[in-house]
Design a protein around this ligand. Structure first.
Ligand SMILES: *[C@@H]1O[C@H](CO)[C@@H](O)[C@H](O)[C@H]1NC(C)=O
Ligand SMILES: *[C@@H]1O[C@H](CO)[C@@H](O)[C@H](O)[C@H]1NC(C)=O
Ligand SMILES: *[C@@H]1O[C@H](CO)[C@@H](O)[C@H](O)[C@H]1NC(C)=O
Ligand SMILES: *[C@@H]1O[C@H](CO)[C@@H](O)[C@H](O)[C@H]1NC(C)=O
Ligand SMILES: *[C@@H]1O[C@H](CO)[C@@H](O)[C@H](O)[C@H]1NC(C)=O
Ligand SMILES: *[C@@H]1O[C@H](CO)[C@@H](O)[C@H](O)[C@H]1NC(C)=O
Ligand SMILES: *[C@@H]1O[C@H](CO)[C@@H](O)[C@H](O)[C@H]1NC(C)=O
Length: 660
C-alpha cells in the first residue's frame, strides 16, 4: 500500500535530483569477458538480497575476475524503496560507466559501488560528491555553529550504532527559531575509527561545498552527510529500525542520555521553490582527481515545515543560571584566604570553598587580564559547563565582579594523579587494576572532549597533574577548554602561544606550535607510560643514565624486555603482565613521532577495552631530550618570535592545581 506513495517520491526525486555516477578510470573490461559476467551476476543479486538493514555486500567469481559490490540505502527508507533504488543505481551505473571495472553511484536513497577490488571493510573517501542548496542560510555564523554542534552530536551516535547500522539523524533549533535537520551514515562494515574519520572528514568538507548554504550533502563512497532546514528524513522509520545499542563509551547525562528530545513531525505544509546545483569532484582512490562534472538541475520541491514542536532545551540554558554572586564565593573561600589556597598556576590561583548549603567547591581566580569581554566569557563558560562526563572535572559556574573572573568547579576529593604515581608511598595504593581503570577513564574523558561533546576540544595540556582522582580513585580531567576561555580556541591549527608542559608535548606542538587531537594523544601516551612505570618522563632514571622514559620504553620494547619498564611494585603484584605489556605497546603507539601514525582516541578506547584487538607495530617515538629537573615546568614562551601582546599573561599550564 505504501508503494504508490514511495514510487511517487522516488519518481519525483529522480526526475529532479537525478543520480550521479562516477566511473573510476581504473581498468576496463571487455564485453562478454568473465568479469562482465561476474559483475552482472553480482549486480542483479543486490536488489533482491538487500534486507531491512539497507546494507549488502556481494562478490562473485575468482580473482582476477572477481566482481565485488556494496550497496547502502539511506537509513530511513523503506525496504521496497531501497530495492527500487538499488535497481535504478545498478542500471544507471552500467549505462554511464560501460566496461569500467570500478564505479560508484549515489542516488537520493542509496549508494552503490562495484569494483574488481575487495570493498567490504575498507574505508573509501574518494571520489566525493557534493550537492548544495544555493539559498543562503540566515544568520550564517550562528547557523554554522549550530550545524556543527548538531553534527558533532550525531556522529558518535552513528559511529556506535552497531555492526548492522551506522546512521543517526536529528535536528537542532538554529538561528531565527529555524530547525536544522541532519542525517549522517556510514556503511556498517567500517570500523568505529574509519566511520568516525569518514564523517569527520565529510563535516570538515562542508565549507568546500556548502559554506553559508542552508542545505547540502557531502557524499563519499563509505559515508554520507546531509543537512537541510526541513525534515527530509523519516524519523518514525529511523526509530522503528534502531533499537540503539549502548555505546561503549559512557555518556554523561547532560549530553546524550539526557532529556533532549528530537521529535520531528513531517506532516507540515507550505511551499517554497528552491534550486539546487550539483557538482561532483571525483578522483581515483589514490586521490588523483580524475574529472569534474558539473550539472545543474532545477528543482521544484515542496518544502516541509516542521511544526512548532522543537527540542526541549538543556537545563543549563542561560549564562545567568550559572552565575554565582561574587560575595557568595568570597564567603565560601573565606575571602580567598591563604588557608584555603589549593594551588597556583598560569591561569590563576585555586581555592577550596564551601557553599552555605555545604557543597564543596574549587574556585579558580583567573589572572585578571583574560583578554575576553564579559559576554564572550559567559558564553564560553556556558558551553564548557555543558560538557559533562564522569571523567571530567565539572564546571559548575562562574562569578564576575569588575575585573575579577572566577570559575567554580566541583571539588575533587583526592590529589592529582602525579601525587600518587610518583609518590614513594602512595604509589602502592594503586595496584594494576586501579591503574588500568585510570588509564581507561582518562581515555574516555579525552575521547569525549575530542569527539563526543558538542564542542571539539583539544586539551593541549594533558599531564598527570591535570588528572584528579576522586574518592573512588576515578580519574577526572581538569583544565580543559582553557584556550576557549581565553578566546583563542581553534580545533586544530598552530599557535605562537604554546600552553603545554615539557615532557608531555608532542614534537610538532613543542617545536612548531601545531596542535591537534593527535598532540593530545601524544600526551596521553606519556601518561600511560608514566602510570605503568611509576616514573616521570622528564626526570627518568635507569641506573646511572638519565634518559627519557620514552626512549627507555622504546629500547626495551625493541629488545623484547618490555617488562623492565613496569613499575617494580606492579611486577610483584597480582596484575596481568600481558595487560601491562599491551598497555605499554598502546602507549608507544601514542607517542610515535609522526602524528598521523598515532591512533585516535576512539580507537584507543577500543584497544583498551578489547584485548583481542591486534595492535599495530609502533614506529620510533619522538624522543624527548630531558633537561635536568624541569619537571612539570609550564612553558610560557611561544616559539614564534612574533608573539602577540597577550603572551605575557601566562596562559599556560597550571601545576598542582588541586592538591588534596
Ligand atoms: C583490478 O583491475 C586493475 C586494472 O585492470 C588491476 O590493475 C588490478 O590489479 C585489479 N585488481 C584485482 C584485485 O584483481
Ligand atoms: C576505458 O574506457 C574508457 C571509455 O569507455 C576510456 O575513456 C578509457 O581510456 C579506457 N581506459 C583504459 C585504461 O583503456
Ligand atoms: C557476446 O556474446 C554474444 C552471444 O554469446 C554474441 O552475440 C555477441 O556478439 C558477443 N559480443 C561481443 C562484443 O563479443
Ligand atoms: C549568498 O551570499 C553571497 C555572499 O554572501 C552572495 O554573493 C549570493 O548572491 C547570495 N546568494 C543568494 C541566493 O542569496
Ligand atoms: C559480505 O558478504 C559475504 C558473503 O556474502 C559475507 O560472508 C560477509 O559477512 C559480508 N560482510 C559484511 C560486512 O556484511
Ligand atoms: C515513515 O515511516 C513510517 C514507519 O515505517 C511509515 O509508516 C510512513 O509511511 C513513512 N513516511 C513516509 C513519508 O514515507
Ligand atoms: C527526564 O525527565 C523526566 C521527567 O521530567 C525525569 O523523570 C527523568 O529523570 C529525566 N531523565 C533524565 C536523564 O534527566
Amino acid at each position: 500500500m505504501l508503494l504508490p506513495l514511495i514510487f511517487l517520491i522516488l519518481a519525483n526525486l529522480s526526475a529532479l535530483v537525478q543520480s550521479q555516477s562516477v566511473c573510476l578510470n581504473n581498468g576496463n573490461y571487455t564485453s562478454n569477458s568473465t568479469y562482465n559476467a561476474n559483475l552482472d551476476t553480482v549486480l542483479s543479486s543486490l536488489a533482491t538480497s538487500v534486507d531491512s538493514t539497507g546494507f549488502y555486500n556481494a562478490s562473485f567469481g575468482q580473482k582476477p575476475d572477481r566482481a565485488n559490490a556494496i550497496v547502502l540505502c539511506r537509513g530511513d527508507i523503506q525496504l521496497d524503496a531501497c530495492r527500487g533504488c538499488v535497481r535504478d543505481a545498478a542500471a544507471e551505473l552500467l549505462a554511464s560507466c560501460p566496461n569500467q571495472k570500478q564505479a560508484v553511484n549515489w542516488q537520493e536513497g542509496c549508494t552503490l559501488r562495484y569494483s574488481n577490488e575487495t570493498l567490504v571493510g575498507k574505508l573509501a573517501i574518494m571520489p566525493m560528491y557534493y550537492w548544495w542548496n544555493p539559498e543562503n542560510a540566515t544568520s550564517v555564523d550562528q547557523f554554522k555553529e549550530d550545524l556543527r554542534a548538531l553534527l558533532d552530536d550525531l556522529r558518535p551516535r552513528a559511529v556506535y550504532g552497531g555492526s548492522l547500522r551506522k546512521v543517526a539523524a536529528g535536528h537542532i533549533t538554529g538561528p531565527d527559531f529555524q530547525s536544522i535537520f541532519a542525517l549522517v551514515q556510514c556503511t556498517p562494515d567500517l570500523s568505529l575509527e574509519d566511520c568516525s574519520s569518514c564523517l569527520i572528514g565529510a563535516a570538515a568538507d562542508i565549507p568546500n561545498c556548502c559554506d553559508r548554504k542552508r542545505g547540502g550533502r557531502v557524499l563519499r563512497p563509505s559515508c554520507t552527510l546531509r543537512f537541510e532546514i526541513y525534515p527530509f528524513y523519516n524519523e518514525t522509520r529511523l526509530q522503528e529500525l534502531a533499537p540503539r545499542p549502548e555505546p561503549p563509551v559512557q555518556s554523561p547525562p547532560g549530553e546524550h542520555g539526557g532529556n533532549r528530545t528530537r521529535t520531528v513531525k513531517d506532516d507540515g505544509d507550505g511551499n517554497t521553490t528552491r534550486t539546487a546545483v550539483i557538482v561532483t569532484v571525483s578522483s581515483v582512490a589514490a586521490g588523483v582527481i580524475l574529472a569534474v562534472f558539473v550539472a545543474i538541475f532545477l528543482i521544484k520541491r515542496i518544502k516541509q515545515k516542521p511544526k512548532e514542536n522543537h527540542e526541549t532545551v538543556d537545563d543549563i540554558s542561560t549564562p545567568e543560571s550559572l552565575q554565582f554572586a561574587f560575595s557568595t564565593i568570597r564567603d565560601a573561600t573565606n575571602d580567598f584566604s591563604d588557608d584555603n589556597k589549593l594551588g597556583q598556576g598560569g591561569f590563576g590561583t585555586v581555592y577550596k570553598g564551601k557553599l552555605s548549603n555545604g557543597q564543596e567547591i574549587a574556585v579558580k581566580r583567573l589572572s585578571k587580564n583574560s583578554g575576553q569581554g564579559d559576554l564572550e566569557f559567559k558564553n564560553e563558560v556556558l558551553l564548557l559547563a555543558r560538557l559533562q562526563h564522569r571523567n571530567l572535572v565539572r564546571l559548575l559556574g562562574f562569578s564576575l565582579e569588575g575585573e575579577e573572573k572566577l570559575l567554580v568547579y566541583e571539588f575533587v576529593q583526592n590529589a592529582s594523579l602525579d601525587r600518587f604515581i610518583f609518590d614513594p608511598i602512595r604509589h602502592s595504593y594503586l595496584d594494576w587494576e586501579r591503574r588500568y581503570k585510570i588509564i581507561g577513564g582518562i581515555a574516555r574523558g579525552v575521547l569525549y572532549l575530542h569527539e563526543d561533546s558538542r564542542l571539539r576540544i583539544i586539551h593541549r595540556d594533558l599531564k598527570a597533574s591535570n588528572v584528579l582522582l576522586d574518592g573512588n580513585l576515578n580519574p577526572k580531567i581538569a583544565d580543559f577548554g582553557m584556550a576557549r576561555l581565553f578566546g583563542q580556541d581553534e580545533t586544530q591549527g598552530s599557535t605562537s602561544k604554546i600552553a603545554g608542559t615539557y615532557g608531555y608535548m608532542a614534537p610538532e606542538y613543542a617545536i612548531y606550535g601545531q596542535f591537534s587531537v593527535k598532540s593530545d594523544v601524544f600526551s596521553f601516551g606519556v601518561i600511560i607510560l608514566e602510570i605503568i612505570s611509576g616514573q616521570k618522563n622528564n626526570c627518568f632514571r635507569s641506573g646511572e643514565n638519565v634518559e627519557g622514559l620514552l626512549s627507555f620504553a622504546w629500547k626495551n620494547w625493541r629488545e623484547g624486555t618490555t617488562a623492565n619498564v613496569v613499575d617494580p611494585i606492579l611486577r610483584s603484584g597480582s596484575g596481568s603482565m600481558t595487560e601491562m605489556l599491551r598497555c605499554i605497546h598502546i602507549g608507544l603507539l601514542c607517542v610515535q613521532e609522526n602524528a598521523s601514525d598515532r591512533p585516535t582516541m576512539a580507537s584507543l578506547v577500543l584497544m583498551l577495552s578489547s584485548l583481542s584487538l591486534t595492535l599495530r607495530v609502533p614506529s620510533k617515538p619522538a624522543f624527548y631530550v630531558p633537561s635536568g629537573n624541569d619537571s612539570d615546568v609550564p612553558l610560557f614562551e611561544g616559539y614564534n618570535s612574533t608573539q602577540s601582546q597577550h603572551s605575557s599573561r601566562n596562559d599556560a599550564s597550571i601545576t598542582d592545581l588541586y592538591p588534596r
